[in-house]
Design a protein around this ligand. Structure first.
Ligand code: ADP
Length: 323
């Protein structure tokens, strides 16, 4: 393998730079040249690439975001777009590609593999919904960011005797909301995977008030139905029974940024390096995942077959802790 390319695609998160750096340095160590593709699959179609040597990836470890840029690329959903991407890869004499991203990006990688191109994927998404890996790059830092916000909000909530709804990211997956609710000592988590009636939320808030708690914290995943807006309207309609005043904080894109945690830097370094090694070993159409404290390879087909489900044990644990 003489020349490989690496790209970051889809939603960003902390640890992507560390992963690009590790994949680059390991590939160089194994004797290849490395091209960085800018803006994900868009750059692959347009041939927007930059040469990466050991020094080009120096000093990036501690920064969030991705210095290569990322994008959502509608053309790549089409056969025509993917053929253009293959044409670019051939024109640039690239023998293998490392794709760092979430479920969508890894599905794109699988499509390229099916067209015969050597691809290895690395799971990076703050949602932690990629199958075949215990955890994805970015999750740990995002959780820590949410916990920091919960701690701060608890301070002000206690001072004013308020109940706070804290909305986290997670359109289809409640992992961030559930785990941050447990680790942040919240009263309740509302996640897309579990139906919780509005009356039950009001009951939890009312109970917390009656038991003399200084605040009530409810972590809501953005994908929970019927959604925070509807919940606020409902809670305002039964305000008298709650005791607490209600406030909402939407954390939004704050969760995607920031300096990667020690865990994410190490995970990204190990997975990025393992991805380059897998390409050189001749593994094709696989994702490098993290299982039982080591890097493993999983067929991309399996990784994207369905979204990782929420761990029921965690849900049950939350129910006990939130009492
Ligand atoms: P993420 O990788 O964070 O899940 P997206 O779902 O937005 O983010 O996917 C990122 C990009 O991956 C898309 O914009 C598209 O270019 C590519 N992609 C996603 N799904 C597919 C698919 N089924 N076939 C081909 N390419 C895809």
């Amino acid at each position: 393998m003489k020349r490989i390319a690496v790209l970051t695609s889809g939603g960003d998160g902390p640890g992507l730079n560390a992963c690009i750096r590790a994949a680059t340095r390991m590939a160089i160590q194994l004797g290849a040249e490395v091209l960085g593709v800018r803006r994900g699959y868009t750059g692959l179609i347009n041939g927007d690439v930059v040469e990466l040597d050991r020094r080009a990836v120096g000093g990036v470890m501690g920064y969030g975001g991705t210095f290569l840029g990322t994008a959502r690329c509608p053309e790549f959903y089409t056969e025509k777009g993917r053929r253009e991407a293959l044409r670019t890869l051939n024109r640039l004499d690239v023998d293998g590609l490392i794709v760092i991203g979430g479920n969508g990006s890894l599905t794109g990688a699988l499509e390229l593999h099916r067209m015969g191109f050597p691809v290895v994927g690395v799971p990076a998404t703050i949602d932690n919904d990629v199958n075949g890996t215990d955890i994805a790059i970015g999750v740990d830092t995002a959780l820590n960011t949410i916990l920091d916000a919960i701690d701060r909000i608890k301070d002000t909530a206690s001072s004013h005797n308020r109940a706070f709804l804290i909305e986290t990211m997670g359109r289809d997956c409640g992992y961030l909301a559930l785990v941050s609710a447990i680790a942040g000592g919240a009263e309740l988590a509302l996640i897309p995977e579990v139906e919780t009636p509005l009356e039950e939320v009001a009951r939890v808030i009312g109970d917390a008030y009656v038991r003399g708690k200084a605040h009530c914290i409810i972590v809501v995943a953005e994908g929970w139905k019927p959604g925070t807006r509807a919940l606020i309207d409902y809670l305002n309609s039964c305000r008298e029974e709650l005791g607490f005043e209600i406030r909402l904080t939407v954390l939004g894109h704050i969760q995607r940024g920031g300096r990667p945690s020690a865990f994410d830097r190490l995970l990204a370094t190990r997975l990025g390096a393992a991805a380059a090694q897998a390409l050189f070993r001749g593994e094709r159409g696989v994702m490098v995942g993290w299982r039982h404290d080591r890097a493993v390879t999983v067929p991309l087909e399996e990784a994207v077959a369905y979204r990782k489900e929420i761990n029921r044990e965690l849900w049950e644990l939350a129910a006990v802790m939130e009492l």
